[in-house]
Design a protein around this ligand. Sequence first.
Ligand SMILES: O=P(O)(O)OC[C@H](O)CO
Length: 487
Amino acid sequence: MTTILSIDQGTTNTKAVLVDDAGRVLSRSSAPVRLSVPRPGWAEQDAEEIWASCTVAVAGCLEGRRPPDAVAVSNQRESVVAWDARSGTPRGPLIGWQDARTADWCARPEVAAAEPLVRARTGLPLDPMFSAPKIRWLLQQHGAAGTRVGTVDSWLLHRLTGGAVHRCEAGNAGRTLLYDVERLGWSAELCEVFGVPASCLPEVLPSDAEFGRTRGVPGVRDGTPVVAVLADSHAALYAHGCRLPGTGKATYGTGSSVMTPTGTLQGGSALSSTLAWLTSAPCYAREGNVVTSGAALVWLAGLLQLPDVAALLRLAAGVPDPGDVVLVPALAGLGAPHWDRAATGTVLGMTGSTTAAHLARAAVEAVAHQVCDIVEVVDAETVPLQALRADGGATASALLMQAQADLLGRPVEVAEVAELSALGAAHLGLAATGPQPPAAGTTRRYEPDLDEAERVRRRERWRAAVAVARDPRTRPGGGPGTTLGTG
Ligand SMILES: O=P(O)(O)OC[C@H](O)CO
C-alpha cells in the first residue's frame, strides 16, 4: 500500500494526515501556530515556528506508522517569508495574508494606476492582502541581495528538502500579483510595478510536479518525493471534487473563501479569477474572499468576555433569530465582492430589548451573509450553484451551517473530513501516480428552512448595513478613506 503524508500549513495551526492509496485518512495530528498583531492592521508569524509546527504535526501523525512513500503540501496563501539564501535563516517575520500594512502604498495614485494591468495579468485586485506589496516591504527592510522570498509553500519546500530547493507551486504563485496566470510565468511588468527582482523569486512548478526530495524531516525517510502542492483553498476545492461550473465550495476559517471552477480563465468578474491548480492544463476558478468571518466570532467572544467561540455559539443558540440586529464585521475592511478596506464594523437595529444573544446570533449570520454576497455574484456571472459544499473548522457549528442554508436558500453539504485541504493535496498526489481517488464524502446536508419572504428581508437589511459600513461619513474621522480595487 502506498501512503502519502500531507501537511496543511494554515494561519492558526498545522495539520498533518496520512492518506492511503484509496484516499482514506489513516492518521492525523495538528500543532498550533501563533499570530501576532504588533500594530493595528499588521499580522505576523514566526517562520521558524511555522516550520517547527510542521515537524510536530508530522511526528504526531506518523507515530507508530511506517514512513510515508510520498509527501504533499497545502498551505495558507498570500503570506510571505524572506530568508537568507545561504544560511536559510528567516529575514524578518512571516507577513500574514491579513496584513494590511501596505494599504497606504497600494492606494497611492501611481500604484493604484497599475490595477488594470494587475487584473489583466493575475485576475486579482490590487489589494494589500496579496503577496507582492508584502514582498516589496520585506525587501525594503532586508535588502534584495542574498534574499530569497516566497509564499509559504516555498518556505516549507525549502525546509522539507533540507534547503535544497527554492520552488513554489503555480496556484500559490498565482496569488502573489507577480505571476501571469495565462502565460504561466513571473511577469516582468508586474515585478517592475512592485519593485521585486525576479531573481529573489522561486522557480514555479505545476501542482503535481516532483518538487524535491525530503532531507532531515523526522519520521520521513530522506529522499521521499514531494509529489503535490496546492494552496489551501484550492486544495479544498479539489478534495470536494468540484470540477465543473455550477459546483462550488465555501471554506470557513479566519476568513472565508468561496470558489467555483470556471475551466478557462474568465475576466470581467466582480470576483477574482484565480489559477486553482496547474496539472497537464491549468484549471481556473472564480473566487471571493471574505476577510473577516471566523475572526469575527473570535472578536465578539472577546468583546462579550466569553471564554471562546463555543460559548458565543451557545449564547447565539439561545435566541431563535438575531431580532432585527445586523452586524457587519468589517474589522479590517470588506473583501469580496466589495473590496473596500476603508469600510468599518457596523451594528444596526439595536433596541432596548437587544441582548448579547441577539448580537452573537447576528455575528453568526454575518459569516453566512458574507458568503451569500459572493455566491450571488457567482449566480449572476456563471452557472448558479445548486448546492454549496462546505469545509473548515466553523462547519462544525450546526447553527452556522443552518443559517447558511437559510440565507442562501439552497442546501449546504458539509465535508466529513475536517482536514480537507490536506486531503486535497494528497488526492492530487495520488492522482499524479495512480487512479483518481473519489471526492471527499459529506457528513451532513442542511436544507434551507426559512420562509422566502423572510430570507429576502434579512438579505436586504444586510445590504443596507453594508452600505452604512461603506459610507465615508461613518468612518473614523469621517474622511474619504481608500477604496482598493473594484471587485
Ligand atoms: O489559514 P487559513 O485556512 O485561514 O487560509 C488562509 C487563506 O489561504 C488565505 O487566503
